[in-house]
Design a protein around this ligand. Structure first.
Ligand SMILES: [Zn+2]
Length: 445
């Protein structure tokens, strides 16, 4: 092959590999780091990355640029949802659903659920425990751009103490829970479990220091079982493997124990007082409030179908959560957004409402609530070097809002308000509808 022909082939190859640049022109950009709005900026995206951000005057057009006119609109980072269960649908009759679902179906439930987060503006979703294998597999499919979906940060089986979580169910339900979680004891056992999680494709570790609301009467949310040595071993082994640790904790004793052991995010945090809050501030521990989970359970149609002990616990947790989270925010605890979607009555795609609750119940300003939903979420789950703000070099996960949610926070709950949801530099959703399909390869043009 002559040098000239080779050059021609090379040029053609580069032209097919190089994607066109995507330009968001003349928008007002929400700077999540400083909490301010920068008027009339343009953003140039190439492949997956934000190549350039600057005054629209400084934008140099290139041939083939695909331009979105964002004049008069707010451009913000894609939002981060820190606590969901992607395989679970939110069906109030969840035991019945477990019995009627073939486990292979969880893959499709998971895809359907994560697409709802994408459609409602959440371009990164952390799964806090899933049917084994489902979340790490879907994460790889979405990272490859084969289907429309958010960026996933996943664990696999949760590491549980479980002696304090009484299961009130028939054996098939109990066995199902045992498939999803590992019940462990001892320092060596938990260290092995953390390494095994890494091997299975987990990016973080999920554990618990208290009982849960949905378990039986013996599942005290005030009672904690892990020893300090076991918890510290989980944290040490996870951090050594570049994984953060999320910890389900309702009661004060469990929150304090987890915080002292150095876990990174407290999930739920229902019963906080000054002592617990001060400790979280000292350790820079994030709180993921999940108010939506309790709110969903106390709705009149759901509470009446729950067993009496669950009714009692739910009402108490729902009441106390709001007081605790307000105190935490006022005292300076870092807060990111999570709903626990997938729990009974808590459907995927409603995380915008949790952002709104941060203003209504917790006392954040709309700017602080959007920071919690973007940069704070990214920091909480160790993703802030890649996402959470609109900066050169970061991955291009962005939202374009017709109406400004900083002026009316209700607009964050209205998914049709997002004219474009962009993930990895690809327009995935337009006006609430998924428009992204992976490129056709090998077919005649
Ligand atoms: Zn959960």
């Amino acid at each position: 092959m002559s040098a000239k022909v080779f050059k021609l082939y090379l040029h053609r190859f580069i032209m097919t590999v190089q994607e066109k640049r995507l330009v968001i022109k003349s928008g007002d950009v929400f700077d999540s780091i400083s909490g301010s709005v920068l008027p009339n900026k343009s953003i140039v995206i190439k492949d997956r990355t934000i190549l350039w951000v600057g005054s629209t005057d400084g934008y140099e057009k290139e041939e083939g640029d695909q331009i979105i006119n964002a004049s008069g609109k707010l451009v913000m980072p894609g939002m981060v949802e820190c606590h969901v269960h992607i395989y679970a649908t939110g069906n109030p009759q969840f035991e019945r659903e477990i019995l009627r679902t073939k486990t292979d179906m969880y893959h499709y439930h998971a895809l359907n659920n994560v697409q709802k987060h994408l459609q409602t503006g959440f371009t990164c979703v952390r799964d806090a425990g899933c049917y084994p294998g489902v979340a790490p597999a879907l994460r790889r499919i979405l990272d490859q751009g084969l289907l429309a979906g958010p960026r996933l940060v996943v664990t696999d089986k949760g590491l549980w103490q479980w002696g304090n979580q009484e299961a009130v169910s028939r054996d098939p339900i109990i066995n199902f829970e045992r498939e999803n979680d590992q019940v462990l004891a001892g320092v060596d056992a938990v260290k092995h479990a953390v390494r095994d999680l890494k091997y299975r494709g987990a990016q973080f570790v999920k554990t618990a220091t208290t009982g849960g609301v949905l378990h039986g009467i013996e599942s005290k949310v005030s009672f904690t079982l892990w020893t300090e040595e076991e918890l510290e071993a989980i944290v040490e082994e996870a951090h050594r493997n570049d994984m953060h640790v999320a910890c389900h904790a309702h009661g004060k004793a469990g929150i304090i124990k987890a915080t002292k052991a150095g876990i990174d995010t407290v999930e739920h945090g229902s019963f906080l007082d000054e002592e617990a809050v001060d400790l979280m501030v000292k350790h820079k521990t994030y709180l993921i409030p999940t108010q939506t989970a309790a709110m969903s359970l106390v709705s009149p149609s759901l509470i009446k179908i729950m067993p009496p002990e669950v009714q009692k616990k739910t009402i108490e947790v729902d009441k106390q959560m709001k007081i605790s989270h307000k105190l935490a925010f006022e005292k300076g605890v870092k807060i990111a957004i999570g709903t626990d979607a997938g729990t009974p009555g808590n459907y995927h795609g409603n995380t915008g409402n949790e952002v709104r609750l941060m203003v209504e119940d917790v006392g954040m300003t709309p700017i602080q609530a959007l920071q919690a939903a973007t940069i704070e979420g990214a920091r909480a789950i160790w993703m802030d070097e890649k996402i959470g703000s609109i900066e050169e070099g970061k991955l291009a996960d962005l939202l374009i809002c017709n109406q400004n949610p900083l002026e009316d926070i209700n607009q964050i709950t209205n998914y049709k308000n997002f004219s474009h949801v962009i993930k990895d530099g690809k327009i995935m959703v337009e006006n609430g509808k998924i428009v992204y399909f992976s490129p056709m390869k090998g077919l005649p043009k």
